[in-house]
Design a protein around this ligand. Structure first.
Ligand code: MOS
Length: 734
């Protein structure tokens, strides 16, 4: 056993071991260490776990939108061959716990339903098809309640939520006066639709019980956070739940919290005494997990002739179910991206009976910068100032609200480098002037920004005398590259080739990691591995009789002064260390964020309104880049999300009952390969000593921030049309 070596980030860490270590792994664009397992089918995803005597669960959902269930008739379902039971007695049922409140429900199958298709029971059968068939025979009676389905109407009664990821309200100075006094203004409204994370792997759980409690194979981004919430939903102690989630086929926020199928599978498994596997259908993922809220955003900008902002306003209405506190913090980047003395940033929730809304990739920036960055473009046009130049004019040295410095900020550098790489100087500023046959050509750009966070995270590292190491943490890899970068960090600091490091993730038996969310996964979990390795290096230095700073570890050898020995010669046994990182009060002293800039060229067909993207350049600065290749993939994915947000993605709700109408990947249109051009992604060298000992900031959600606005701005440059209702489908462009 070893003590936990803990670092609290109260002060900047000026020197990072990653700058002086010798293995040469950090930053390199190394292939994913889990890649071969994934492409050869050896990475086991939740739905693929099978156990002896296992059976299948299928969720039964409310066939109405709002009301109280009075009876669940299970007779016909139970009469089908293979059906084991229909479980309707949930002490507590759950939506997506991390996304909203754990919802209590009375027992005996009587409960309140808040949205169309909310899960209310589970059928368990020997076969999957039998369970699915039986679920269709469950009859549900209810007393109808009244709901809200119209966003415009519900806005009138919107409420201001408690502060969330960002403050709900910020008022500074007198924006109305600044608007009145300005040389140029923008005051427009943008709307964005509901969206779905649309991860490739559907939500799935396999639940089994033993004397110690519940083991649940599930698809979760944050196992150390989901564990207590699943325990709470089941009336268990945290220690009685073990979540196992080694591989996750994408989450994008939809797997931050536990989804209904896990609780249902756990309760059913307990009741019938057998392992229960419950896999959500694609349609259930779309209409019974969580969505990104639709928004209505009013953005106001006030500026002088010189382009300097004097005022900035961003007022957002989003929607969520009654009583839920999550709001889409669309103004989150507006707090710190541009200067301006008079500021008003607000959020309000319109209460709608639609499937729960919660975090989806870059909650806040993803929707908010679709408005803010178009408003900046419109302001540039009204002032006759180049849009890149306008952003540089309004770049700030200190946070305009808190009057504190940025931990690091290379916004102007990203704008300059992007403009150069893209060839921005060849753009025709007058809309509608570039044309090839029936195609109108346009160039557009946007700024990008995403706040950086640190979360508590713990990891155990074991170094063996044979020159191999094991890393264990319940951190996850949701397709982002965690296995790879943690291998790189441990390999780098312990002087081992990457294939000598065995990283084990996604199991509550391991030390509690940060989980994957909010772009904090790499920085937080990577720091815990760093600290454990630093502790091991101290112990090796003692064995080498030198100062830790004089110790070099490379290729399984320890080198100090004129001594060079293999690890096996100085290690009498395994060395184990546990590292833990904790956020300190850095957040109050510096504003931490990653920055970037997007540039794209589009073609708009003058006859059909079809939009094609021809070219994309994006430049980011996010502190140290741990792996050029996985980082590039993260940002590339963000750009693809941005293209989807701009052009195709929209979860359509039936105006009569809020039901999601387009519930699969055939009808909910995400960009496919043919929709995505070559994307040129660059990272500027940057270090952030305030962020963590790695000096790295988050990139998971930086790439999507602003991306869609660059498309909208390019379309405006091509056509002269400012469409402010996303997605910019061709019917709106004609
Ligand atoms: Mo992210 S929306 O925190 O998975």
């Amino acid at each position: 056993m070893s003590d936990t070596y803990t670092l609290t980030m109260d002060d900047p860490i000026e020197t990072s071991l990653l700058d002086t270590s010798a293995q040469g792994l950090i930053g390199k664009g190394l292939d994913r260490v889990d890649g071969p397992k994934k492409v050869s089918g050896q990475a086991t995803y939740s739905a693929e776990y099978s156990f002896e005597n296992g059976c299948y669960g299928f969720l039964v959902r409310a066939p109405f939108a709002v009301g109280r269930i009075t009876k669940i008739d299970t007779q016909a379902a139970k009469a089908l061959p293979g059906v084991i039971d229909v479980v309707t007695d949930f002490d507590r049922f759950i939506r997506n716990s991390a996304q909203g409140a754990v919802k209590s429900a009375p027992v005996q199958g009587v409960r309140d339903v808040a949205y169309f298709g909310e899960p209310v029971a589970i059928v368990v059968a020997e076969g999957y098809e039998q369970a699915r068939d039986a679920a269709s025979l469950v009859r549900i009676e209810h007393e109808a309640g009244s709901g809200n389905f119209d966003f415009a109407e519900a806005i009138a009664d919107a409420d201001i939520p408690p502060d969330g990821a960002a403050p709900a309200t910020h008022d500074q100075g007198d924006l109305d006066k600044a608007m009145g006094d300005a040389d140029a203004t923008v005051d427009e409204v943008w709307t964005t639709p509901s969206q779905n994370s649309a991860a490739m792997e559907p939500h799935a759980s396999v639940a089994l019980w033993n004397d110690d409690g519940l083991t649940l194979y599930g698809s979760y981004q944050m196992p150390s956070f989901d564990r207590p919430s699943l325990a709470d939903a089941l009336g268990l102690e945290t220690e009685q739940v073990r979540i196992i989630t080694p591989y996750i086929g994408g989450g994008f926020g939809s797997k931050l919290g536990i989804a209904p199928e896990s609780v249902a599978a756990a309760i059913a498994s307990k009741q019938i005494g057998r392992p229960v596997k419950t896999v959500m259908t694609r349609q259930q993922v779309f209409d019974a997990t969580v969505r990104r809220s639709n928004t209505r955003q009013r953005v106001r900008l006030a500026a002088g002739k010189d382009g300097k902002l004097t005022g900035i306003g961003h007022e957002t209405h989003c929607s969520n179910l009654p009583d839920e506190v999550f709001f889409e913090p669309a103004g989150i980047a507006t707090h710190f991206l541009y200067g301006g003395e008079h500021r008003r940033i607000t959020h309000a929730i319109a209460r709608l009976n639609r499937v729960l809304s919660g975090s989806m990739r870059a909650p806040g920036e993803a929707a908010g910068m679709l408005a803010l960055e178009c408003a900046m473009d419109e302001l540039a046009e009204r002032l006759g100032i180049d849009p890149v130049e306008l952003r540089k004019i309004n770049d700030c040295k200190r946070d305009p609200e808190k009057d504190i410095p940025y931990s690091s900020r290379s916004f102007t550098e990203c704008l300059d480098e992007g403009a150069k790489r893209f060839g921005w100087d060849k753009r025709n500023r007058t809309p509608g002037k570039m044309r090839e046959g029936e195609w109108l050509i346009g160039h557009g750009m946007s700024g990008s920004a995403r706040g950086n966070q640190l979360q508590p995270s713990e990891a155990r590292v074991v170094l063996r005398p044979d020159g191999s190491a094991i890393v264990e943490t319940d951190m996850t890899d949701i397709g982002t590259g965690t296995y790879t970068i943690l291998s790189q960090i441990a390999g780098e600091l312990l002087g081992l080739p990457i294939d000598r490091v065995d990283v084990r993730l996604g199991d509550n038996r391991f030390p509690p990691g940060s989980g994957s969310g909010g772009s904090f996964g790499a920085g937080s979990s990577g720091s815990s591995v760093y600290l454990a390795c630093e502790d091991i290096r101290r112990k090796l230095a003692t064995a080498m009789d030198c100062e830790p700073s004089d110790l070099t570890l490379k290729d399984g050898e320890a080198i100090a002064a004129n001594r060079r020995v293999s690890l096996s010669d100085i290690m009498s046994g395994e060395i184990e260390a546990t590292g833990r990182i904790e956020p300190g009060d850095q957040g109050d002293e510096v504003r931490q964020a990653g920055h970037g800039a997007h540039f794209c060229a589009v073609r708009v067909n003058a006859v059909t309104g079809e939009v094609r993207i021809d070219r994309w350049t994006a430049v980011f600065a996010a502190g140290r880049i741990l792996n050029e290749k996985t980082a590039t993939s993260q940002c590339l994915g963000g750009v693809v999300f941005g293209i989807g947000a701009a052009l195709t993605e929209e979860l359509v709700h039936d105006p009569r009952n809020g039901k999601v109408v387009n519930r699969d990947l055939a009808e909910y249109h995400v960009p496919v390969h043919a929709d995505v051009p070559h994307v040129d992604i660059r990272f500027l060298p940057e270090r952030d000593t305030h962020a963590n000992p790695l000096h790295a900031k988050g990139i998971g959600e930086l790439g999507i921030a602003g991306a869609g606005a660059a498309v909208a701005n390019a379309i405006a440059n091509a056509t002269g049309a400012r469409v402010r209702d996303y997605p910019l489908t061709l019917d709106k462009l004609l």
